[in-house]
Design a protein around this ligand. Structure first.
Ligand SMILES: [Fe+2]
Ligand SMILES: [Fe+2]
Length: 330
């Protein structure tokens, strides 16, 4: 549906307008909460920023299938297996919507995938950590998907139409992911002492990594200013991180787990929770490729790409064979 949008000529012909007028129209659309569509004029920096952000997002969805996919064959019941399968499959679907949205900016999908497989493109660092126990599956749903939702809800209003529309559907599915994780943990917390300890251990290992998911502090974030001018980023990293902490602490209380931060306490003056310092050195090391699973994740994607070659070729041959056939468009 995204690539079709490229063929529509819904905008009046603006090709004869001078650059200043085009730019003015672009910023006026953003200011009026309108949407920039693929066929509209846009500054080159806007296009580049979106390609970087949407492709990183697509890669994160696809690589994000791996840590949890690791547990599909070992889910403790048929019900849990069905839920986890559905969730992991959703993430694959999110990757596909996002690659399609990215292609509307004039970039080729093979190039995007090549950038991922050669290590040139980044994806969310959170997926470079291992899932050691079944409780990790619950904690990923609760905290990792929970943090993703916090980051992604504002993107439903982002200025680029195809990205904003993809995010609306993605956020609905992410909210199911968050709930299934929390429900899984709730069940374990009502179980044996070993199960409770397993949940606490998983929370301890994932908490700080989830806080780092919101990206570097605003003072050190290189993209924030431009992204907010473009109507892509609407809320800063630090604000989103604070929102996430404020929403999550009461959920941890209900669950009966502690969060591994001795400095975490309610500040009535700020009307927010105060929290301790994030280890940014660990974050950057993982971003740069030295996390515990960086190599494994990339190797798994490379292998999947190789093993899927015969299928891509067969699908292409099939579509070429049927192109022009009267039933081809049915
Ligand atoms: Fe997702
Ligand atoms: Fe998700």
């Amino acid at each position: 549906m995204y690539t079709q949008a490229l063929d529509l000529s819904t905008s009046p012909d603006v090709s004869s307008l001078p650059l200043g007028a085009l730019e003015q129209k672009f910023y006026a659309t953003i200011e009026n909460e309108g949407k920039i569509e693929p066929q509209d004029w846009m500054p080159e920096d806007y296009r580049k920023t979106l390609i970087r952000q949407i492709s990183q997002h697509a890669h994160s969805e696809v690589v994000g299938m791996l840590p949890e996919g690791n547990w599909i064959s070992r889910a403790p019941s048929l019900r849990r297996k069905v839920i986890l399968l559905a969730k992991v499959q959703d993430e694959g679907g999110h990757g596909l919507y996002l690659y399609s949205a990215c292609e509307t900016l004039g970039v080729n999908r093979d190039k995007l995938i090549d950038d991922l497989l050669t290590g040139k493109a980044k994806y969310s660092s959170i997926f470079n950590y291992p899932t050691l126990t079944w409780a990790d599956v619950g904690v990923i749903g609760w905290l990792v998907d929970g943090a993703a939702i916090m980051n992604q809800i504002p993107l439903c209003r982002c200025s680029y139409g195809p990205y904003a529309r993809a995010m609306i559907r993605i956020c609905k599915e992410e909210s199911f992911h968050q709930r299934q994780g929390y429900e899984l943990l709730m069940t374990m917390m009502q179980g044996t002492q070993e199960q409770q300890a397993m949940v606490q251990d998983a929370v301890n290992r994932w908490w700080w990594k989830c806080l780092a998911m919101f990206g570097p502090p605003d003072s050190a974030s290189q993209h924030t200013e431009q992204s907010s001018r473009f109507g892509i980023k609407r809320i800063s990293n630090d604000e989103l991180r604070q929102q996430f902490i404020d929403a999550t602490v009461p959920q941890a209380d209900i669950l009966g787990v502690s969060l591994p931060d001795p400095k975490l306490r309610w500040n009535p003056e700020r009307a927010h929770y105060d929290f301790g310092a994030i280890d940014w050195e660990e974050f950057w090391n993982t971003v740069k490729g030295d996390g515990p699973c960086n190599q494994e994740r990339l190797a798994t994607r490379q292998q999947a790409w190789e093993e899927g070659k015969w299928f891509r070729e067969a699908a292409l041959a099939y579509s070429q064979k049927h192109a022009g056939h009267p039933t081809a468009s049915l």
